[in-house]
Design a protein around this ligand. Structure first.
Ligand code: ISJ
Length: 394
């Protein structure tokens, strides 16, 4: 170390004193603000617990109601989950929000608080199209919150079966993707099941390029993903990894899982898979179409009360005659009900016969919706109401 003159030393120590003073002032400021944060946290914590206690009171009322109506009850367990009420709570949070936290982020915080409150009333078992880390898993967590007990299923049919059997209380299945179209397995599931649609959830599909800690990024020889995700990132892959083999696997979750034992592979998958398998997001939002969205349905047994902003889904089996579809749609227009989607599926086992899945705005309890459906009934071979449910809020 070089010798310093007394003068230099003095200068240095003056400098240090000033720094120390600045640092001390800053620390005092921060300590002060952090004490205020601690005080606010204390209040928030007490209030969240107050909210949870109120939810427990609601649970007691629900149980008493069931006990008092035991003769009429079809099930020995009360229904704790109320999607229409949850949708109203989330909408109210967004409407009264003044910031600086964005409306949707604030609603997501409340989504998690409600999830924990509902879990306290009764843990919710939710079957979803697995494995863990798929977009359907992300949709289940988005809809029910992280306190829900999510159960991965191998196929869409398994999700329907678990909910029918009561092993799971609700199920989450994909129904349509904005670029790839409808998921036929899900629509067909309703043809052989009496389950209802009790909710919907939309998820923007953002893909990440994932690597593990041990991955040698310079020597990649394989990129795993579900074939739909590989297709959604085709252009990005052509530009960035034109010479690396793309391997389609059964799901994005499976793609992420494979990286555990392979140092020369990468995966394309969403955030839930990255977190679940502890992977690093080397590149984010690599999908070619940034507005790519998938819609999922929540299936269950109960009819849902109106939330104020609802949809109704029906499936009709049309007569095999010219103009049948036009006749079916006329009552919707006559009663001022707006149709949000229509899908056609073959009515198996009848060859060349078709069923139509029709979604419309409004709850079945709304006079115009029930009148339109009443007018459609005599025009078709069969009509089933799949459910009325709150429109996706988040
Ligand atoms: C508290 C209730 O039960 C559940 C929990 C909710 C909540 O935490 O706000 C809302 C609806 C239900 O899913 C209720 O029915 O009001």
């Amino acid at each position: 170390m070089s010798e310093q003159s007394p003068e230099q030393h003095m200068n240095n120590s003056n400098q240090t004193t000033t720094d120390t003073n600045d640092a001390a002032t800053e620390k005092a400021f921060l300590d002060n603000i952090r004490q205020s944060i601690d005080a606010v946290d204390c209040k928030i914590q007490t209030l969240i617990n107050d909210r949870a206690k109120l939810a427990q009171q609601v649970a007691v009322v629900k149980k008493e109601h069931l006990a008092n109506n035991a003769a009429a009850a079809t099930d020995s367990n009360p229904i704790f989950y109320r999607p229409e009420r949850e949708a109203q709570v989330l909408k109210a949070v967004m409407e009264r929000n003044t910031g600086p936290i964005a409306d949707e982020k604030m609603a997501r915080l409340f989504r998690e608080i409600m999830s924990v409150c509902l879990d306290l009333e009764a843990p919710q078992r939710i079957a979803f199209l697995g494995p863990v880390g798929t977009f359907t898993h992300a949709a289940a967590l988005k809809h029910f919150g992280k306190a829900a007990d999510t159960m991965p299923m191998t196929t869409i049919t398994d999700v329907f079966r678990e909910v029918e059997a009561g092993t799971a209380m609700y199920g989450v299945v994909p129904v349509e993707n904005s670029s790839e179209g409808v998921v036929n397995h899900t629509l067909d599931g309703f043809l052989s099941s009496s389950l209802k649609i009790i909710g919907e959830v939309e998820l923007p599909i953002h893909q990440n390029f994932l690597v593990a800690e041990h991955t040698k990024v310079d020597s990649l020889s394989r990129i795993y993903s579900h074939q739909q995700s590989l297709a959604q990132c085709r252009h990005w892959l052509d530009v960035n990894f034109p010479n690396v083999e793309r391997v389609a696997v059964s799901s994005n979750g499976e793609a992420a899982r494979r990286l555990k034992n392979e140092w020369h592979s990468a995966a394309i998958a969403g955030d839930v898979a990255a977190a679940e398998y502890d992977l690093h997001k080397l590149y984010t939002n690599i999908e070619d179409n940034p507005s790519n969205t998938t819609r999922f349905l929540i299936i269950g047994h109960e009819a849902i009360a109106p939330s104020g902003q609802d949809k109704t889904s029906i499936v009709v089996s049309a007569h095999d005659k010219a103009g049948a579809l036009i006749e079916i749609l006329k009552p919707l227009s006559y009663h001022g009900v707006s149709m949000t989607s229509i899908e056609t599926r073959p009515e198996r086992p009848n060859k060349w016969a078709y069923v139509f899945f029709i979604d419309m705005n409004g709850h079945i309890d709304a006079p115009n919706v029930s009148a339109a459906i009443a007018d459609i009934r005599p025009l078709v071979k069969d009509l089933r109401i799949l459910g009325s449910y709150p429109k996706a809020v988040l």
